[in-house]
Design a protein around this ligand. Structure first.
Ligand code: UD1
Ligand code: UDP
Length: 381
């Protein structure tokens, strides 16, 4: 057990946790080579904890940083000070971060200030628009220019890094670990259909039948706060009123800037179910039960193609062009009329629907975490 490489794994939000979990499992299988320390900033609380529970991750450090309606400035400074203390105490050989959140870029920055090498999972996603998604586009760019090792999910992402002068020898194409997590849950749920149907019925009075089609909605992007969210809600209301044979299920993100417009515009509509954010397992079951998905989420754009579910992306840009190119995802923006017409096209035009409802795997085959470990074993830290 001598000369093990000490890796500090840092994350803070729901999507980072889902995508980091398979990597943590791989490190556990390689304890002879790595000493891993897990630190959560808890930029998210409830939405993070459900993932820690599901994957049985017990962080050595929990900074407990979330506050209600936190500002970017406040969160950024707290993460910087909190992570710096952990790095100073642990003196890791490598800091591992994932994605594009405040936790991601600030942890990379803290490591850089202490001259500790950084590896970045899900590197190279770009829209080339610094305000969309906001602030994730800049978080990613900063992280890339700090990081020493880059795990790019696709060759497109690798190209983006090369275009910014990142040395090719430091980039490894691995697929996205979200597919590892998704496959693990889908396998776990085999034969559990009754259990999860009961879960939705008893908890939310939601049932899934062949005559009522389910439209799943999620949304949380900062650049859509205000008018964008109002437009999204108006579209959902219109869709629900136009067709009583659909049910719209919307697990509402806990950000107050999302909760407020959603509950004020969509409360008390018979076929719209506003529910709390779902734990990852029931959420995967719900994605599988859905006819189509309306979302602005990054992770769901990656998961839905592999489940064969059409995704309408309620954003003006995406850093995940692979699903669009493959034809299973479509950018529809946040204009109410466009959202309604594009959704109804999928609901009532079988040919349009079949064109999009194909299972494809642009984001990997479920072995990304294993590939990441393989590369970490050979890099010169
Ligand atoms: C954050 C990330 C975003 C990521 C998203 C995933 C930043 C700036 N944003 O956005 O990139 O796509 O997470 O969901 O890094 N809240 C709770 N409980 C929770 C989580 C959030 O109450 O478990 C509420 C709190 O009031 C909190 C607010 O949501 O202050 C905002 O959380 P924050 O992490 O700053 O932003 P998100 O919109 O969640
Ligand atoms: N997700 C979840 N419960 C929900 C909504 C989403 O577990 O109620 C999962 C989803 O399957 C995906 C991840 O959370 O893996 C995406 O998180 P989010 O949309 O918050 O963040 P983004 O991916 O946009 O950064």
């Amino acid at each position: 057990m001598e000369n093990r490489i000490k890796v500090l794994i840092v994350f803070g939000t729901r999507p980072e946790a889902i995508k980091m979990a398979p990597v943590i499992k791989q490190f556990e299988l390689n304890k002879d080579k790595f000493d891993t320390i897990v630190c959560v900033t808890a930029q998210h609380r409830e939405m993070l904890d459900q993932v820690l529970n599901l994957f049985d991750i017990k962080p050595q450090y929990d900074l407990g940083l979330m506050t209600n309606n936190q500002s970017l400035h406040d969160l950024t400074s707290k993460v910087l000070l909190g992570i710096t203390e952990v790095i100073e105490q642990e003196k890791p050989d490598l800091v591992l971060v994932q994605g594009d959140t405040t936790t991601t870029f600030v942890s990379a920055l803290a490591a850089y200030y202490l001259k500790i090498p950084v590896a970045h999972i899900e590197a190279g996603l770009r829209t080339q628009n610094k305000y969309s998604p906001f602030p994730e586009e800049i978080n990613r760019r900063i992280t890339s220019h700090i990081a020493d090792f880059h795990f790019a999910p696709t060759s497109e992402a690798k190209k983006n890094l090369l275009n910014e002068g990142i040395p090719e020898s430091s980039i490894f194409v691995t697929g996205n670990t979200v597919i590892d997590a998704l496959k693990w849950v889908v396998n776990k749920q085999k034969g559990e259909s009754k259990k999860w149907n009961n879960y939705f019925l008893s908890k939310y009075n939601i049932s899934f039948s062949t005559t009522i089609r389910t439209v799943l909605v999620t949304g949380h992007r900062r650049e859509s706060f205000g008018q964008g969210f109002k437009n999204i809600c108006i579209a959902i209301k219109q869709l629900a009123e136009n067709d009583s044979n659909i049910q719209i299920i919307y697990p509402v993100h806990l950000n107050p800037n999302v909760q407020k417009p959603v509950y004020s515009i969509l409360n008390n509509i018979r076929n719209v179910y506003l529910i709390q954010p779902l734990d990852y397992e029931p959420f995967v079951f719900l994605m599988n039960k859905s006819y189509l998905i309306l979302t602005d989420s990054g992770g769901i754009q990656e998961e839905a193609p592999s489940l064969g579910k059409p995704v309408l992306v309620m954003r003006d840009t995406t850093e995940r062009p692979e699903g669009i190119k493959a034809g299973t995802a479509k950018l529809v923006g946040t204009d109410s009329k466009t959202i309604v017409s594009e959704t109804e096209k999928l609901l009532y035009d079988k040919v349009e629907y079949e064109k999009m409802a194909r299972a494809i795997n642009p984001y990997g085959d479920g072995n990304s975490a294993r590939k990441i470990l393989k590369f970490i074993k050979v890099i010169n830290i």
